[in-house]
Write a protein that binds this ligand. Sequence first.
Ligand SMILES: NC(=O)c1ccc[n+]([C@@H]2O[C@H](COP(=O)([O-])OP(=O)(O)OC[C@H]3O[C@@H](n4cnc5c(N)ncnc54)[C@H](O)[C@@H]3O)[C@@H](O)[C@H]2O)c1
Length: 330
Amino acid sequence: MLRNGLIGFGYWGSSLARNFQTAPASVLASICDSDPERIAQAAALYPGSTTTPSANDLIGDPDLAAIAIATPPATHFPLAMAALKAGKHVWIEKPMACSSSEAASLVEEARARNLVLMVDHTFVYSPAVRKIRELIQGGELGSLYYYDSVRTNLGRFQNDAGVLWDLAYHDLAILDYLLDQQPAQVSAHGAAHLGDRHEVSYLTLEYPSGFHAHVHVSWLTPVKVRRVMLAGSKRMLAWNDLESARKLEIYDHSVSAAASPGKEEGQRRIGYRAGELHIPWLEVSEPLQNAVRHFIDCVQTGARPLTDGESGLRVTKILEQAQETAGAGQ
Ligand SMILES: NC(=O)c1ccc[n+]([C@@H]2O[C@H](COP(=O)([O-])OP(=O)(O)OC[C@H]3O[C@@H](n4cnc5c(N)ncnc54)[C@H](O)[C@@H]3O)[C@@H](O)[C@H]2O)c1
């Protein structure tokens, strides 16, 4: 049995606790939270786990093989670095760190000690994103034109990260998994209405192939939206993560543009092809559960996680570039 510890038993940490406790070959041996109320709840829900307000108790516990970190972003780097230095395999929540230099140090530390460092890019473990990658790899969509994402809601506000680092992070992690290329140009702009961090942001990525990604994220929207459009030269798809039966819709639609014979140069003949709508069957599974099981498997077999520290580092670098162009208030 893999003995795991968890630091941070808040909103997301409580879901992690359930998944680490119920995964085969894993036991949630120890839970830490600096908030006495949260630690009391953890003790009541997990009577078989030891509880403590001090992260050092977990990090120094020789019986723990791995530690999951689900605390606010500014604490990720010091906690993860201390855990790696203590010889623990580490699961780290997104955003992996607050700068690429911190993220790179974590990658290096894990590499030097031959430890697993996995970043929770949860959507990569969702059946919908797996299916989208399969469609891209199989050439079903043709050459890719654009990815357009809207990820909005009322909150949840984060204290130590703006909305780009909180929500656009998900799209960057998804794109990192879907594409075999990195953006050549990154730009963002946003607005801070209630504090000094952006609550609304627009991010544009331009890739060497001509592919574009547009990401709109907001904590200041009355309606929760989790919708992605992905268009290719052969087919287009719509992914609505809030849907259950029609999460992914594949439209056999395309547009062609050809020069018009006999017409002035520059005049094109546009052809529209609207075919069938296909709704693929998707396995029903919880992405976080798939991710936790993958982490446990990597620790036990020494395999490299799909969302390893390197992928977290690539995403962090893009966020830094976006932050530079968006200016103060990020
Ligand atoms: N992967 C996802 O889809 C996803 C979803 C939600 C949140 N998250 C990430 O999870 C992390 C936590 O977010 P949340 O919404 O659960 O926040 P939260 O505020 O609900 O929980 C954080 C918990 O950490 C505790 N804590 C803070 N500093 C600590 C320390 N030094 N030692 C021990 N405990 C400490 C707090 O008391 C709190 O209970 C963030 O990085 C967030 O981005 C990821």
